[in-house]
Design a protein around this ligand. Sequence first.
Ligand code: NAD
Length: 481
Amino acid sequence: MIALNLINGKWVEGQSKRFAASINPANSEQIGKFVDSDSVDAQIAIEAAKNAFHHGTWAHQPRLRQLVLLDWASRLEQRIEPLAQLLTQENGKVIAQSRGEVLGAISEIRYYAGLARHILGNFFEVEPGVYTSILKEPAGVAGLIIPWNAPIVLLIRALAPAMAAGCTSIIKSAPQTSQITAAVLASLNEVTTLPPGVVNLVSEKGHQAAAALVESNDVDVISFTGSNQTGQRIMAAAAPTMKKLSLELGGKSCCLVFNDVNIIEVATKLVTAAIIISGQQCTAARRILVHESCYEEMKVALTNAVKSVKVGFGQDENMNMGPLIDSIALTRVNTEIERSFDLCDEVLVRGGRLGGEFSRGNFISPSLIAHQDDNAFFCQEEIFGPLIVLESFSDEKHAVAKANNTEYGLSASVWTNDGNRSLRIARALRNGTVWINDHNKLFAEAETGGYRKSGLGRLHGFDALIDFTEIKTIYQNAGVV
Ligand code: NAD
C-alpha cells in the first residue's frame, strides 16, 4: 500500500520522492509506505487550496457542498468493513471500536451536510432606512493537523465543518495513520462534483509540512488535535500571521462516583472508559474518585474489572484492548506507569508488557493504583495509556475540589442516582464536557472541547462550523420612502 499526497484532485509523490514506512503496531511489520513530505510539498498544497478558494465557486455554493458531503458519506458506507480492518491494522484498536469509528464519521459527515445549507446571518434596521446585515462567510484556507488515535473521526470532525462552511483545506495526516487517512480521502476524491483543490492531503514523517501550514500567510485557520506541547508551539508559531486557531489538546478525565449507585456495574463501565483505544483517547477515564463509604467496595470491583480485560490482537473479536500506537509510546507509557508504581500509596493491579506472540507488538496490560494526594504526577499529567488511579472523597465539595485540581478541563463524569446532585456537580466541574452516569459519549451534534489547557474552540456541533467562518457586517443606508 502506498499512501500518496492529494493535490488539486491528483494523487502525487512528494517533490523529494522520499517515502516513510507504515508499521502495524501489533507485530512491527511494515504494511506500506507514505510520502514523507516537506515544506515545499506543503506550499504546493497551500497554492492549490488558495486557488480553489479564491478562483472557484465552492465558497459560494452551499448546495454543492451539501451534495458532495452526502455523496462522500454514501461511498464510505460501501466500505465500512475494509476501512475498519485497515484502521485496526494501522492503529491497533480493537475491530469493534474501528467499526464504531467509521460509522460515527459517516453520521458526522451527514450532519454537516445539513448544516452547509443553514449558515444563517442577521439583517436589521439600525436607524430609519439604515440597514445592517451580518453574514457568516467561509474563513478561507484551513490547515487540519490530525492525530493518530482516532484518525477517521478526528479527521471528519475538522474537515466536514470546514467543507460545510465553504473553506478549502490542506490535511496533514499523522505519520502513524497515513494509510487510513488516504483511504478515507480516496472516497471523497471519487466524488466527481468535488472541485479540484478544495481538499488536499500531505503526509510526512516529521512535522516540516505541518509547521509550514501554521506559519503560512495564506492559511487562515489551523485546526489541530494533539498534545499540549505541540498545541503551545503551534499557538506561538501562528502569532505572527494572526490566524484563527482551534486547538483540541490533552485531558485528565475524573469520574466522580457517589454511594447511591451499583458499584460493581459502575466499575465495569469505568474500566471500559479507561481502556478505550488502550487508554490513548483524550477523554478516557483516568482518575476515579469515589465516596469514602464505598471506597473498599470500589477497590475490589475495579481490581476484578481490570484483571478481566482481554488484551490482544485488534482483529480478534473477543479482545477488549489492542497495542499502543508505536514503540516510542510503549517505552514512554511503560516508564511512567512503573514510576507511578514506585510513588503511589498502593498498587492494585500491576500491568506490564506482554510476552510470547505479543512481544513483537506494543502491547501492555492495564494497571490500577490507589492514591490520596491528587498533586502526584500521575494525577496531574496525561499518561496516554492504560493506567487508572483510584482516590476517595468525603463530600461533594471535596470531590469537586479534587477533580478541579488540574490544569486540564476536557471532560469528566458524575455517577449518582440523585438528579439534583448530578446537576450541581456537573455545573461545578471546570470541563468542556460532563457525562452523567456514562463516559466517552460523543456526538456529531454536541460541541466538545477544553477549558483551560485542554484547548481553544470547539469541535462537533454548530460551533465547530463557526470556527471556520468569518463574520462580516455589511452596512447600507437605503433611506425611507
Ligand atoms: P502530537 O502533538 O505529538 O502530534 C500531533 C500532530 O502534530 C502530528 O501530525 C505531528 O506531525 C504534528 N506536529 C508535531 N510538531 C508540530 C509543530 N511544531 N507544528 C505543527 N505540527 C506539529 O500529538 P499525539 O501524541 O500524536 O496525540 C496525542 C495527544 O492528542 C494527546 O495529548 C491527546 O489528549 C490529544 N488529543 C486530544 C483530543 C481532543 O479532542 N482534545 C483528541 C485526540 C487526541
